[in-house]
Write a protein that binds this ligand. Structure first.
Ligand SMILES: [Fe+2]
Length: 250
């Protein structure tokens, strides 16, 4: 395991704001997963995180989308405004809208929604964002359904802007999981990792939910090596401290 890495919770209740430049990261809704009864049922919802460009003005006018841009231009345009990473399930619709409004973000102002993977508790409210570009797993499309090829792989991230990238972090839902990495915040690099991590201290539970545990372990190590803060799919954000320790505790 990753000796030399320990973690600790990031204090505070949602929304947890991590200021930065050129982007701030705001955990709007904290994911959870709670056992229900004795039959293995879980009541769950995914974390919802907003990546907000420092220069973006609340309620500002949104530019028009070009007809058919090249992929890199389209990615950077998509990353130029509020970026939502996962939406939670459809049952969280009202909470999501209220959390966005509290930060001055109207649904039509969101320029990109990243779905870390296609499970219903992570992408259940895509329908609130018909004017946003969508990157769900490895499918990137512009409003109206224009799908663009991009070449994302584990060795080739997608650049959305300075210090803002999408990484291929396969394992949990197969080959298509993605994470969003935001460099330059007050706490360093934040990685919004979907269900690469269920939560801090997810111990042996993550692999029971994994379609490809070997790939997911590789993704987990990559995220831990790069991140100062991880936003997991079903728990609060946690810091990653690269201090020498005897045992890994993540
Ligand atoms: Fe999932």
């Amino acid at each position: 395991m990753s000796s030399g890495v320990r973690t600790e919770p990031l204090p505070g209740d949602p929304p947890v704001s991590i200021p930065g430049g050129p982007y701030s990261v705001i955990v709007l809704l904290r994911g959870y997963s709670v056992p229900q009864g004795a039959g293995g049922a879980q009541r769950a919802d995914g974390s919802v995180t907003l990546v907000l460009p420092t220069a973006w003005k609340p309620w500002g006018a949104r530019g028009e989308d070009p007809a058919v841009p090249d992929t890199q231009a389209a990615l950077e345009q998509a990353g130029s405004g509020p970026v939502l990473v996962d939406t939670g399930g459809p049952w969280a619709r009202d909470a999501l809208l209220a959390a966005l409004a509290a930060h001055g973000v109207a649904p039509d102002s969101v320029t990109l929604v990243v779905g870390t993977h296609g499970h219903s508790d992570h992408v259940g409210s895509l329908g609130l964002f018909p004017r946003a570009a969508l990157l769900v797993s490895h499918d990137f499309c512009l409003p109206g359904g224009l799908y663009l090829a991009h070449g994302l792989s584990e060795t080739r991230p997608l650049r959305l802007g300075p210090g803002l990238e999408v990484w291929a972090t396969p394992g949990h839902a197969g080959r298509g999981d993605v994470s969003v990495a935001v460099a330059g915040t007050a706490l360093g690099t934040v990685v919004v990792a979907g269900d690469v991590f269920e939560r801090e201290h997810d111990g042996n539970t993550w692999w029971q939910l994994s379609e490809d545990p070997v790939a997911q372990e590789r993704s987990r190590q990559r995220v831990l090596a790069a991140a100062d803060v991880v936003v997991p799919g079903h728990g609060g954000p946690f810091r990653v401290l690269k201090e020498p320790v005897a045992d890994s505790v993540y």
